[in-house]
Write a protein that binds this ligand. Structure first.
Ligand code: NA7
Length: 291
């Protein structure tokens, strides 16, 4: 078993760190909001007062934070990891930050410290039960090192060298944005035809967006959208998709449209709700063109 540091105990980080602890790893945790370390310390994790302190003596440190700015902060900010990491230690970033941020951070680590990007698909239920898909960007020898560490979190896919895990995750989440927007637009269309909502939901459960309908139907029917994956984070990911499209000159029309829907929902105050809270933005009057 490994000695690990875990940085970032949000919605995803907390169940992931819990599984690492349950798998028998020796865990030291740090979170910006210290109160959130409590569930982990109750289960036997040690708590550090800074990221730098968390990494002392660890084989590897895992980061699971909001975005590229947060990753920069915990790695390169005051009392960040970079100041404390020593040759032979490994940084595994599991946040969704895109490949540019991964390569930029890796380039500023001390010599002899390897980095692996390993973002995940799946939200809180999959994190809790160890059924995440983990997209690993790593040199072959670094992949061998991370395999036994991450095995309890889900299924590992070694998708290429450093940065390719982050790129794969951006690709994956481009489909997530399109699927949730397609779901909302299909419901809006059904409403405008005067169709029965529950019949439309039944029918959509047997279409190419079936898995999205199955996962989010309860939210739609209850009108409640508790976060499994925050809308603000889905918007961040669609912004990453659109940034790459701009850099390469590629037309990604669906990515642009789904980003716009998520942005409207965020402006309407849904940022901390589940990303499926984009659906009422689409189906209610806010989703109509001005007359
Ligand atoms: P959450 O639940 O929003 O958690 C985000 C975590 O990142 C949480 O621990 C935050 O600390 C931490 N964070 C955010 N900004 C900073 C800065 N500037 N410095 C240090 N720590 C920070 O997100 P999820 O767990 O759902 O998702 C995590 C990633 O996986 C994200 O990239 C998703 O897109 C996928 P806090 O508790 O607020 O103090």
């Amino acid at each position: 078993m490994a000695k690990l540091a875990f940085i970032g105990l949000g919605l995803m980080g907390t169940p992931m760190a819990t599984r690492l602890l349950e798998a028998g790893h020796d865990l030291t945790v740090w979170n910006r909001t210290a109160l959130k370390t409590r569930p982990l310390t109750d289960q036997g994790a040690a708590v550090a007062s800074t990221p730098a302190q968390a990494v002392a003596g660890a084989d590897a440190v895992i980061t699971m934070v909001t975005n590229a700015e947060a990753l920069e902060q915990v790695v390169l900010g005051d009392n960040g990891l970079a100041a404390a990491l020593v040759p032979g230690q490994l940084l595994i970033d599991m946040s969704t930050v895109g490949p540019d941020a991964v390569l930029s951070v890796a380039a500023r680590l001390p010599r002899g410290v390897a980095m692996v990007d390993a973002p995940v698909r799946g939200s809180v239920p999959q994190a809790t039960t160890g059924r995440l898909a983990v997209y690993v960007g790593a040199d072959p020898s670094d992949f061998e090192r991370v395999e036994p560490i991450l095995a309890s979190l889900g299924t590992l896919h070694h998708v290429g060298g450093l940065g390719s895990g982050a790129a794969t995750k951006v690709v994956v989440n481009s489909t997530l944005g399109a699927a949730i927007a397609a779901f909302g637009e299909a419901l809006a269309l059904g409403d405008d035809f005067g169709l029965d909502r529950s019949v439309v939901l039944d029918v959509l459960a047997d279409t190419p967006i079936a898995s999205t309908v199955e996962a989010k139907r309860a939210n739609v029917e209850s009108g409640r959208y508790p976060a499994n994956f925050k809308l603000s984070l889905a918007l961040k990911d669609l912004n990453l998709v659109n940034q790459i499209a701009e850099q390469t000159g590629r037309r990604l029309e669906l990515a642009s449209a789904s980003r716009d829907w998520l942005e409207r929902a965020a402006q309407a105050g849904a940022g901390d709700l589940d990303y499926s809270a984009v659906i009422p933005t689409i189906t209610t009057d806010g989703g109509r063109r001005p007359a």
